[in-house]
Structures are given as structure tokens and as C-alpha cells.
Design a protein around this ligand. Structure first.
Ligand code: ASP
Length: 583
């Protein structure tokens, strides 16, 4: 077995004989000598092969990325490299063995590679040799280790739940697996272990966790993959605060041990409605301020028809104040921002600039001096401030300004590097209205308990029914979420009814689950953290593929193994499946 890591050696080891194994990261022939950068997982060490060496020719002909073993002697280097921990030494090679000579590579393995991502995904095993990807996977492994230790210390049991399941309603499309033994029937891959972890509570496990693979057949984005990993937990005899504080302790341990950052507990908490009011999002990025302000009061008597009609229809005139940035945004730039907010369904973007002690802007002529004076006083408007205003339905105004706020923060570099801002979002509504489906759907999932005082609103007043759900948000990402569950069968039945399931439909889908509630169910609740997202936050990448060893592309395929792929007609026949339409 390989005995030494490259980076174990430094100037103190001069004179020692060593055996090293690894990859030829670089090779140069200089002044009759062959210099090799030998790379292993730990890092790089320089080798030198002298012409008098018997293996000199072999070394001269080595190709990059070949795998070798050497025996040699450590000496002090003449020209030192302060960037490497091994930069003061080199190894004079006495014996060279080539385990495997590499062919010409499809791309150069370097941090600043210009290879297209598709090429790197096709040869992922080569891409993994790049330092940054390797470091990301090491961080991920450390994170999993810290998580397991935490749960072990806190008395949780790690329990695996099935991958071949019955389809559960987590909100996304299921991946289906046809059954050979029961032709025409299908398993679903779990969107999360939700039902199983609740059944584990009914089964008396009290504290469960799992680092669980989940599968959702959704349209993919930069931070989504069809298969992803959740840190899933469930606890019995708990209230919201218990699950939240357990999660906080876990996050504190993770950030301390992986990043050396001490979190101040308890983390901040914000009600859903306040988050929407102030940040236009249920995952606000708190690394910068720029809250959304309401101008409704200031314009309550306005004669400006656009604002007037918005107020008459109970809409919202909202704004964000971009401090010291009037000069950064020309009319053309503001037009671009207008196009941007239109993608969030806002009908337009009004603006005011305060420069040379005076207001100018798109609505300057239609608002009164008194309105402007009030704006100035209330928001402390100063020279060179820019005010961006949307007047629309409440949710549209807030959402569009929320998105604009984040965009501007990036454009104006308001976000400090290595800053982590956490907040819990609590008091979510139980339901949200789906315009597409024309009905109320569960905001979290159908097992989330309503607030005790809102149980009666499940049927009668869905819009004002709030739940015991909570999300943990880090730097504008939903890092995790969960809830206290319904533990009484009659409430769960009511919830299904509220969601428009008939009792027959509910029985067909979750009969086994509903029945379990009849035999003694403890109050319980839990949460799931996205492990991939957490790793992304810890290593500072916005691309989820950077933290997964073998990720899929945006079209859910693996370019390396070329899956999904067609299968043998015999396999299909066994499954009783016939393909009627081929792409
Ligand atoms: N199963 C939920 C999810 O995947 C998390 C939870 O409620 O514990 O989002």
C-alpha cells in the first residue's frame, strides 16, 4: 500500500529515502535533467531525474497524467517555490516504475482549464483530478462526517428507508421504475423519505436521521439535480422550537468544524409575511440591507392615476432605495432594470434620482413636492440616491422588487465574500393558490400541521390558515425546511379534504399511512437540509455540479456513462413495456 502523501515532506526531511506514487502532473526537460511534478491527492512534489540514471529515457518519454512509482532521495532545492508546501525540496529519482502510461488527454488538467463543461463532464474522472473539485469533495466528506457525529452524539438513529417506493406527493414529478414481477405496476423513486420518517416515529424510533438520496423529475436549474442528497431528520414529542434549535446546533457544529466560523445562536427568525413585506422573498438574502419600503401612505391622496388606481384596488406601491447609486444607472440602464422586473410580471418601473439637491426621474412631474419631501424625510434620502418604484398587486410588487434587490446587490458588489447570514422563516401559510391548477395547494406538504388556532380554517378560510412550518435560509438560499406534522388522523383527513382529495383518493394514495395514525402516533416533526446546497455554500460555488462527483447535465443526462439510454427489447418485454414514441 502507498505509504506516504507527497505533502508530508519538507525541508526537515532532506537526506531521507522515499517511495512515492502518483500522477505526472507536469514534465519538463531542462538542461539535460527531467523535472516532474508528481501529484497525488495531497498535492505536488518535484522529482528530478538525472541523465546518469538508468531510468532517464523512461522519464524523458513519460506522458502527462501517467501513473508512476519512484524511489529517491530528498534534497534541498536551489530555486525554491514558496507557493508549495514541498517547495523547498525535490526528490532525486533513483528508480522509476511506470504503472500506466497515459494517452494524449482530451483536455489539459489545470485550474484555469478552458475546456467546455460538457467535455469535462464526459471525462469527469479527469476533471476530478483538478484541485478545486477534489477540495470540494473533501469538504463534502468532512461535512457528512461532522453531521453523522452530531446526530450520534445527540442520540439519533441513522435509518435507511427504501428507494423503491410508492409515489408520494412532494410536489414534483416522480421518477418511475417499472416492476417486472408485477407487470404494469410501478415503483416511484422517493422525492424524500417523508412518509417513511413519519412512520418511523409511529414505529417508536423517536429520533431518526438519514443522509438520503432523493429524486425529483423537475426542470433543472444551476442549483438543482434530478438526484440530490438531503440530511433528513425527524423527532417525536417535539414542538417547532425543538427541531429548530437542534438544526441550529447542527449548523453551528458544521460551520465551526468545516469553516472555523462561530455562529451566534439562536439564529434570527422572521415570519413569512414579514419576509415578503421587507424582502419580497421567503428566502431573503440578508448579507445586504436595501429593504423594500411601502409608499402607500405617502401616496394615499395622490392624483397620479397609475398610483391612484393601484391603491384603489388594494395594491402596493413599493420601492427600494439604492444608496449612492443614481450616477451608476443611466436611463438606458434603468430600461434594462424595467425589462427585468417585467419578467416578474410587474407592469413597469418608476424611478427618482436625488442629485444636486433635487429630484428628477420618470415620475417627477406627476407627484407633488410634498410627496417628495415626505419620501426624503421618511427614508433619509441623500445626494446620489436612486429610488426604484413598482406599483402593482401586493405580491407582484414585492416579488419583483425582491428580485431587483438581489440583482442590484450583485451588480453593485454589495455582498461581502465569506459572509454567512442565516435566518429562519416561520409562520408559513398552509396553502398557496395555484393559478395554473385553479385551486389551493399545500405550501409545504400535506402532512404539515396547521397552527393549533387555525385548524378550523383548513376548510373554511384557507387563505388565512397558517402552519407550523419553518425554513432555514442561508445567504438567500433555502438551505432546508420542515415542519411539525399532523399527528391526528381526523386533522390529516381534513387536510386531504382541504387539498381537494376525495376520501377514496386519499385512501388509495395514503391508506397505509392514514391507517398507521389509528394505532398510536406521537406528536412529531422534522426537517431536511439540502446537503448539496450546504456544500455549495461552504465551498462558495453557485454550480451544484461542482459539489457532486458524478452530476447530471441540465437535461438530466450523464455525459460520461451516456444515460439515460435505450434498453434491450428483451428487458422491455419482461417489463411488459412497449415504446410507442421515440425521440
Ligand atoms: N420532506 C421535506 C422536504 O423534502 C422536508 C421535511 O418536511 O422534513 O422538503
Amino acid at each position: 500500500m502507498k505509504k506516504h502523501k507527497n505533502i508530508e515532506f519538507n525541508i526537515k526531511n532532506v537526506g531521507e529515502n522515499v517511495v512515492l506514487e502518483g500522477w505526472v502532473a507536469k514534465k519538463r526537460n531542462l538542461g539535460g535533467l527531467v523535472f516532474i511534478d508528481l501529484r497525488d491527492r495531497s498535492g505536488i512534489i518535484q522529482l528530478v531525474v538525472r541523465p546518469e540514471q538508468k531510468d532517464y529515457d523512461l522519464a524523458s518519454n513519460l506522458k502527462t497524467e501517467s501513473v508512476i512509482r519512484i524511489e529517491g532521495n530528498i534534497v534541498e532545492r536551489e530555486s525554491k517555490n514558496p507557493k508549495l508546501s514541498t517547495g523547498e525540496i525535490e526528490v532525486i529519482v533513483e528508480k522509476l516504475e511506470v504503472f500506466s502510461m497515459a494517452h494524449d488527454l482530451p483536455f489539459e488538467i489545470s485550474e484555469d482549464t478552458t475546456a467546455l463543461e460538457d467535455t469535462r463532464l464526459k471525462y469527469r474522472y479527469l476533471d476530478l483530478r483538478r484541485n478545486s473539485l477534489k477540495e470540494n469533495l473533501i469538504t463534502r466528506s468532512k461535512l457528512m462526517h461532522v453531521i453523522r457525529n452530531f446526530f450520534y452524539e445527540e442520540g439519533f438513529i441513522e435509518i435507511e428507508t427504501p428507494i423503491l417506493c410508492k409515489s408520494t406527493p412532494e410536489g414534483a414529478r416522480d421518477y418511475l421504475v417499472p416492476s417486472r414481477v408485477n407487470n404494469g405496476n410501478f415503483y416511484a423513486l422517493p422525492q424524500s423519505p417523508q412518509i417513511f420518517k413519519q412512520l418511523l416515529m409511529i414505529g417508536g424510533m423517536e429520533k431518526y436521521y438519514q443522509i438520503a438520496k432523493c429524486f425529483r423529475d423537475e426542470d433543472l436549474r444551476a442549483d438543482r439535480q434530478p438526484e440530490f442528497t438531503q440530511v433528513d431528520l425527524e423527532m417525536s414529542f417535539v414542538e417547532e422550537e425543538d427541531v429548530m434549535s437542534t438544526t441550529e446546533r447542527l449548523l453551528a457544529k458544521v460551520f465551526s468544524e468545516v469553516k472555523g466560523i462561530d455562529l451566534k445562536l439562536p439564529l434570527s427568525r422572521m415570519k413569512y409575511n414579514d419576509a415578503i413585506r421587507d424582502y419580497g422573498s421567503d428566502k431573503p438574502d440578508l448579507r445586504f440591507d436595501m429593504k423594500i419600503e411601502s409608499l402607500n401612505k405617502i401616496f394615499k391622496d395622490t392624483e397620479f392615476t397609475v398610483f391612484k388606481s393601484v391603491l384603489e384596488s388594494s395594491g402596493e406601491i413599493g420601492c427600494i432605495i439604492v444608496k449612492g447609486s443614481a450616477s451608476n444607472y443611466s436611463r438606458k440602464e434603468i430600461d434594462k432594470l424595467t425589462d427585468f422586473v417585467k419578467t416578474y410580471k410587474a407592469n413597469g418601473l418608476a424611478w427618482l434620482k436625488y442629485t444636486e439637491s433635487d429630484f428628477s426621474g420618470s415620475i417627477r412631474k406627476v407627484v407633488t413636492d410634498e410627496n417628495l419631501k415626505k419620501i426624503q424625510e421618511q427614508f433619509g434620502i441623500e445626494e446620489n440616491d436612486l429610488i426604484l418604484i413598482i406599483a402593482d398587486q401586493y405580491k407582484v410588487t414585492k416579488t419583483a422588487l425582491g428580485a431587483l434587490r438581489t440583482k442590484l446587490a450583485h451588480e453593485l458588489s454589495l455582498i461581502k465574500k465569506d459572509d454567512y447570514q442565516f435566518t429562519w422563516i416561520t409562520d408559513f401559510p398552509s396553502f398557496e393558490y395555484s393559478e395554473e391548477e385553479n385551486r389551493y395547494v399545500a405550501c409545504h406538504h400535506p402532512f404539515t400541521a396547521p397552527k393549533d388556532e387555525d385548524i378550523d380554517k383548513l376548510i373554511s378560510d384557507k387563505a388565512n390558515c397558517y402552519s407550523k412550518a419553518y425554513d432555514i435560509v442561508i445567504n438567500g438560499y433555502e438551505a432546508g425546511g420542515g415542519s411539525i406534522r399532523i399527528h391526528r388522523a381526523e386533522v390529516q383527513k381534513k387536510m386531504f379534504e382541504a387539498l381537494g382529495f376525495t376520501m377514496e383518493q386519499a385512501k388509495e394514495k395514503f391508506g397505509f399511512f392514514l391507517e398507521a395514525f389509528d394505532y398510536g402516533t406521537p406528536p412529531h416533526g422534522g426537517l431536511a437540509l439540502g446537503l448539496d446546497r450546504l456544500t455549495m455554500l461552504l465551498v462558495g460555488t453557485e454550480n451544484i455540479r461542482d459539489v457532486i462527483a458524478f452530476p447530471k447535465t441540465a437535461s438530466a443526462s450523464c455525459l460520461m456513462s451516456e444515460c439515460p439510454n435505450r434498453v434491450d427489447p428483451i428487458q422491455l418485454k419482461e417489463l411488459g413495456i412497449e415504446i410507442t414514441k421515440k425521440n
